[in-house]
Design a protein around this ligand. Structure first.
Ligand code: FAD
Length: 497
């Protein structure tokens, strides 16, 4: 049987494994950690369950699609509910807003709470939809590095919305042009952080992101985000995929410009197709040290990272929901800290995710599991223990003030994740959450392709390559790999010659 070896069992690697197994490959996934999931793992702490990494889930059909592709009924494995409201927003001036799932209701709420013109909110969501629909087929669903992508009718669709694309303006400038209310601009600008970018530098094109959450919807998987990985691993195993844990790949093997397998400390795995779900920078530096690396791509600026405090909180807060955002006073300064000073603002925007709101068993009775996250720079030699302490004090102080409750004595237990740990646990270069940032208008074209142009049979998926980071884009990277990889029959024919 034709073999495929996959390096890493992040969400991209799991999805690629399923796609190649369906295509007829005998698939082995080599994972350095003791368990699957990469950034998408979970842990327990003194009776609280936490999703360690991602918390916001959009485009669930991309998960369903994998079950359908394998001839299964998705709901037999994986279920989810549509969130309404999606997010609770809090500003330092005391204003609050619930982002309802229905655009009309959201626009009405924005008008009532912030005095923003209702029609302007509906218009900005409609524009976001146009941007997404015009560009997704070309920029997200296909390889940008293959000629046939540019010969398809989808390119005409993308060209059709060229004037809307916002390539000549920044996300922030585009939003500030539409709204005079700085709070609503802040709400829209925050979507830049969904791929680790800076709204004051990233192109207006990124204003397509709100469409995913506000028009299509935000979802919550039963069992938490971890259920995405665990249900897909169950499917993969049913399809015969073999997962080998505690097995770090040390080399990608090549002969005459072709990938022939991978080498771990335990042995060699021959394979006709190799897919790296490892961050592309260490893939070249560590696994392909003798091959010329695409330096321009590897040296693209990294995305932001995150500092997370996982707290067991001994009280329930009825004013909070699953997703809660506590904005800073000065958003521009906050991003300057992240991307210019490589530091953390003294007043950061704080995101609090509480899954026990929807799954009470995630926390002891009367308590809540808080995932408290601040956007921070990727690792560039900062003193993290010091930043963790000062930021913790700032966060506790800010939340205590905005919730009018002394939070410190309510924190029963704590665990912390910082950029160094993210790098250590997943090999993500410098602990960046989303590979390279999208802070310039060519960024989409400068991500590494989903295939190697030098080594036949070598493919790439996951958040550090095209089309980008985040669960949906990692799933799309695996879909592109699934389409690019030849069928086993083609490989057999090639080998016969
Ligand atoms: P990764 O998760 O990066 O996993 C790579 C895997 O490869 C790891 O298991 C690693 O151990 C393994 N590996 C690496 N090197 C080797 C080797 N040499 N040999 C064998 N195995 C190896 N996304 C969203 O959509 N919504 C969110 O709300 C969101 N929030 C986030 C919050 C945090 C704190 C973090 C960390 C991420 C967040 N993301 C979010 C981003 C999302 O989690 C990632 O984009 C996605 O999970 C990355 O998946 P991946 O396929 O790139 O693999």
């Amino acid at each position: 049987m034709t073999k495929a070896a996959i390096i890493g069992s992040g969400i991209g690697g799991i999805a690629a494994a399923i796609r190649l197994a369906v295509k007829g490959y005998e698939v082995t996934v080599l994972e350095a950690n003791a368990a699957f999931g990469g950034k998408m793992h979970q842990f327990d702490l003194q009776g609280y369950r936490f999703d360690a990494g991602p918390s916001l889930f959009t485009l669930p059909h991309l998960v369903d699609e994998l079950f359908t592709l394998a001839g299964r009924t998705p709901s037999d494995y994986f279920t989810y509910t549509r969130l309404d409201p999606i997010t609770h927003y809090f500003w330092p001036d005391g204003s609050r807003l619930k982002a309802y799932a229905d655009p009309e209701a959201f626009a009405t709420e924005a008008a009532q709470q912030l005095g923003v013109p209702k029609q302007a909110v509906l218009d900005v969501l409609a524009k976001s939809a146009r941007l997404y629909k015009g560009t997704a087929d070309t920029f997200l669903h296909k390889s940008l590095h293959r000629l046939d992508t540019y010969l398809s009718p989808d390119v005409l669709k993308a060209l059709g919305c060229l004037s809307d694309l916002g390539l000549t303006t920044t996300m922030h400038a585009a939003n500030a042009q539409q709204f005079s209310d700085t709070r609503f601009v802040q709400l829209l600008d925050r979507f830049a952080t969904y791929n680790g970018s800076d709204p004051y530098q990233a192109p207006g094109t990124l204003n397509l992101i709100p469409h995913l959450e506000h028009n299509i919807g935000a979802f919550y998987p039963k069992g938490g985000i971890y259920a995405i990985a665990s249900s897909l691993v169950k499917l993969a195993e049913e399809l015969g995929v073999e997962f080998k844990y505690n097995e770090r790949v040390e080399r990608i093997l090549t002969t005459k410009g072709r990938a022939t397998g991978v080498q771990t400390a335990k042995g060699t795995y021959q394979a006709e197709v190799v897919v790296s779900n490892m961050d592309v920078v260490p893939t070249y530096r560590r696994l392909l040290p003798d091959q010329p690396a695409p330096e321009q791509t590897l040296q693209q600026p990294r995305s932001s990272s995150a500092l997370i405090y996982y707290w067991g909180v001994q009280r329930e807060f009825p004013e909070l929901h699953l997703h809660n955002i506590f904005f800073s006073q000065n958003y521009k300064e906050e991003f300057e800290h992240i991307f210019k000073y490589k530091s953390i603002s003294a007043d950061p925007t704080v995101y609090v995710n509480i899954t026990s709101k929807l799954e009470p068993e995630d926390a002891p009775p009367g308590c809540e599991n808080w995932f408290v996250m601040v956007n921070v720079p990727h690792h560039q030699g900062q003193d993290w223990p010091q930043l963790i302490n000062t930021t913790r004090a700032a966060v506790v102080n800010k939340l205590s003030k905005m919730l009018q409750t002394d939070l410190a004595p309510l924190i029963q237990c704590e665990q912390v994740l910082d950029p160094l740990l993210i790098e250590q646990q997943t090999s993500s270069y410098a602990g960046a959450l989303y590979g390279s940032s999208s802070n310039n208008r060519m960024a989409a074209f400068l991500r590494h392709p989903n295939f190697s142009s030098k080594i036949r049979g070598l493919y790439f998926c996951g958040g550090s390559v095209h089309p980008g980071g985040g669960i949906p884009l990692c799933l799309l990277s695996a879909s592109i790999v699934g389409h690019l990889a030849p069928t086993p029959a083609t490989i057999t024919k090639y080998k016969a010659h």
